[in-house]
Design a protein around this ligand. Structure first.
Ligand code: ADP
Length: 489
C-alpha cells in the first residue's frame, strides 16, 4: 500500500503523506484499518489514513536522543520548523481549506499563526530555569523545571494546524516528546507537517503523529499507562472522558481546552460600526466553529434596534462559498455530522419560539454550507441559548443594566471567553473583572497571539495554552536539596 498520494487543489498540487509518523518513519497501522477524510465543499473522499499508537518510540526518544539535546538546539529546531511552515505556507493553507473547508485567506492566517507559535516557543527553549532557594547556611536548594515526559495530545478539526502548533510548541520547548492524534475529519495537514519535522531535523521519535478515530486511538492515548500527560482540545463531553481515563489509568497530568458559549456585550456608548464588525467576526469567523465563538450577543436597550438592523445588513454581506475563492469569508461546515447538528439547533430555535432574524437555511445544494443565522427573542432556558452550537448561529438579546448583563453573561456552565464593547474605560474594566471567562476582549474579538495565554474557567477547561503560562503545563518542578553541613542528629 502506498504511503503517499498526489493531491491537486485549486491553488497547489502536492504529495500528501498517509499513514502514521512514528519514530521518524512512515508506517501503516498495525491492523491495516483505514478511514476516509471528506472534502466538505463537495463531499468527495480525499484520502485514506491509518491508525496506530507510538508511545514506545516517544519514550525511547525521551530517554535517549532528546535528553541529550541541548535546550538551545531544541529552540533552533522549533525555529527551523517555523521557517519551513512559512516556506510551505501555500501548500499547508491549501490542505487546510481542502480538508476543513475554511476560506483560503483564513487558512493562510492560520498557517502563519502556527509558524508564529512554533517560533515563539523556540525562543523559550533556552530561557527556562528553576530557582535557588535560601533556607539556611547548611543547605543549597534549587529547583529544576523538568519535562513531564511522553505527552499524548489530542486535537480537534476546527484549526487543525494551529492546534498542532499550540500543542507541539510548548511540549518540545520544554523537552517532552509527543504522540499527537489529529482529528479524524482533518488529518492531512498534521501528517504533512510531520514531514516538515523530519526536514527540520527533529530527531526520530520526538514527534509522532497518528491519525485515528477518537473512541479508539484517542481513548487509547488517554488510558495509556506509559503516557505521562494528556493535553486535549475538543468538546466538554469528551474532556470528561479524558479526565476519567487519566484517573482510571496512571493519573497522567491533564490539561483541557473545551467548549464555550461566550457572551459578547455591546453597551449603549460603543462605537456601533466597530462593534458590529467585531461581533460579526466573533461569531461567524471559521464558520462559527470556534470554541470561543461569541454566540450570545447582548445589546443594551438604547442601541438595540439600531444594532439589530445594522448587524443583519452586515451579516447579509458575508460571502459564503467556495473555500478556494479569494473573497470567501465563510466556507462549508466540516462534516455532514456537524451540518446536521447545527441544522438541528436551528430547528430547535424555531420550535422553541425564538425569532429568526436572518439565515436559517442550507446554502446551495452541494457541500455543507449553512447561511449565517441570527435569532432574537431568545429566553434564557432555550436550547440555543444554553448549548454550544459550533456553527454560524448566534442569539441576540436586549439588556438594560450592567448588573443584569453580567448576571446573564455568567449564567452558563462555560467560561472560556467574553467581550465588552464600550468607549468607557471604567465600564470596560469593571465588566471584564466581573465576567467568568479565561479571556475578555474589549472592543475586539477572537484575537489570539502566541504570547497571550488562552484557556477556560468552569466547564471550559483546565490549564492555559499559549504564552509563558503554557510552559508550566509541560514541566514538573523538582526540588534538589544539597546538604553542605554535617549530620543533624
Ligand atoms: P467534536 O464533537 O467537535 O468532533 P470531539 O471532542 O469529539 O469534538 O473531538 C475532538 C478530538 O477528540 C478529536 O481528535 C477526536 O478524535 C477525539 N476524541 C473523540 N472521542 C474521544 C475519546 N473517547 N477519547 C479520546 N479522544 C476522543
Amino acid at each position: 500500500m502506498s504511503l503517499s498520494v498526489v493531491i491537486k487543489t485549486p491553488t497547489v498540487s502536492y504529495e500528501q503523506p498517509l499513514g502514521l509518523y512514528i519514530d521518524g518513519k512512515w508506517a501503516a497501522g498495525v491492523e491495516q484499518k483505514t478511514f476516509e477524510t471528506i472534502n466538505p465543499a463537495n463531499e468527495c473522499i480525499i484520502a485514506s489514513v491509518y491508525i496506530d499508537i507510538a508511545v514506545k518510540a516517544a519514550r525511547k526518544a525521551l530517554n535517549g536522543i532528546w535528553a541529550q539535546t541541548a535546550p538551545s538546539q531544541r529552540g533552533r529546531l522549533l525555529t527551523k520548523l517555523a521557517d519551513l511552515f512559512e516556506e510551505d505556507l501555500e501548500t499547508l493553507s491549501a490542505i487546510e481549506s481542502l480538508d476543513n473547508g475554511k476560506a483560503i485567506s483564513l487558512s493562510r492566517g492560520d498557517v502563519q499563526a502556527a509558524a508564529d507559535v512554533l517560533r515563539y516557543y523556540g525562543g523559550w527553549a533556552d530561557k527556562l530555569h528553576g530557582k535557588v532557594i535560601d533556607t539556611d547556611p547548611e543547605t543549597l536548594n534549587y529547583t529544576r523545571h523538568e519535562p513531564i515526559g511522553v505527552c499524548g495530545q489530542i486535537i480537534p478539526w476546527n484549526f487543525p494546524l494551529l492546534m498542532w502548533s499550540w500543542k507541539i510548541g510548548p511540549a518540545l520547548a520544554t523537552g517532552n516528546t509527543v504522540v499527537l492524534k489529529t482529528a479524524e475529519q482533518t488529518p492531512l495537514s498534521g501528517l504533512y507537517a510531520a514531514n516538515l519535522c523530519h526536514k527540520a531535523g527533529i530527531p526520530a521519535g520526538v514527534v509522532n503523529i497518528v491519525s485515528g478515530v477518537g473512541g479508539v486511538a484517542g481513548a487509547a492515548l488517554a488510558a495509556h499507562m506509559d503516557v505521562d500527560k494528556i493535553a486535549f482540545t475538543g468538546s466538554t463531553l469528551i474532556g470528561r472522558k479524558i479526565m476519567r481515563a487519566a484517573a482510571d489509568s496512571n493519573l497522567k497530568k491533564v490539561t483541557l481546552e473545551l467548549g464555550g458559549k461566550s457572551p459578547n456585550i455591546v453597551f449603549n456608548d460603543a462605537t456601533i460600526d466597530l462593534a458590529i464588525s467585531w461581533v460579526n467576526f466573533g461569531i461567524f469567523f471559521n464558520q462559527g466553529q470556534c470554541c470561543c465563538a461569541g454566540s450570545r450577543i447582548y445589546v443594551q436597550s438604547g442601541v438595540y434596534d439600531q444594532f439589530v438592523e445594522a448587524f443583519k445588513a452586515r451579516v447579509g454581506r458575508n460571502i459564503v462559498g467556495d473555500p478556494f475563492a479569494d473573497n470567501t469569508f465563510q466556507g462549508p461546515q466540516v462534516s455532514r455530522l456537524q451540518y446536521d447538528r447545527i441544522m438541528g439547533y436551528i430547528r430547535s430555535g424555531n420550535e422553541e419560539g425564538a425569532t429568526l432574524e436572518i439565515g436559517g437555511q442550507r446554502q446551495g445544494t452541494e457541500g455543507f454550507y449553512i447561511q449565517p443565522t441570527v435569532f432574537s427573542n431568545v429566553k434564557p432556558e432555550m436550547t440555543i441559548m444554553r448549548e454550544e452550537i459550533f456553527g454560524p448561529v448566534c442569539v441576540i438579546c436586549k439588556f438594560e443594566t450592567e448588573e443584569e448583563v453580567v448576571r446573564l453573561s455568567n449564567d452558563s456552565v462555560y467560561g472560556l471567553a467574553a467581550a465588552v464593547h464600550t468607549r468607557d474605560l471604567n465600564t470596560a474594566i469593571r465588566v471584564s473583572n466581573a465576567l467568568s471567562a479565561g479571556t475578555v476582549w474589549v472592543n475586539n474579538y477572537n484575537m489570539l497571539t502566541a504570547q497571550v495565554p488562552f484557556g477556560g474557567c468552569k466547564e471550559s477547561g483546565i490549564g492555559r495554552e499559549l504564552g509563558k503560562y503554557a510552559l508550566s503545563n509541560y514541566t514538573h518542578v523538582k526540588s534538589v536539596r544539597i546538604r553542605v553541613g554535617g549530620a543533624l542528629f
